[in-house]
Ligand binder design. Structure first.
Ligand SMILES: [Zn+2]
Length: 61
């Protein structure tokens, strides 16, 4: 199954519902992704306003 990116929180996931925020709005058209392991200490996470661990899209199409 193709991975998709949540429109609400940019979390990249497989399945029907975003496991991060519970949203069912997603885009399969996203550019790049980052794996956030340490949101508190990650500059990328801060820039993208990510506060949780996981894989996130950099830009939604
Ligand atoms: Zn989400």
């Amino acid at each position: 199954m193709a991975e998709k990116a949540c429109k609400q929180c940019k979390h990249v996931y497989e399945g029907n519902t975003c496991p991060n925020c519970g949203s069912q709005e997603f885009s399969e058209n996203y550019k790049g992704n980052v794996r956030i392991l340490n949101p508190e200490n990650s500059e990328i996470a801060t820039n993208l306003k990510i506060t949780k661990k996981g894989k996130f899209a950099i830009k939604l199409g």
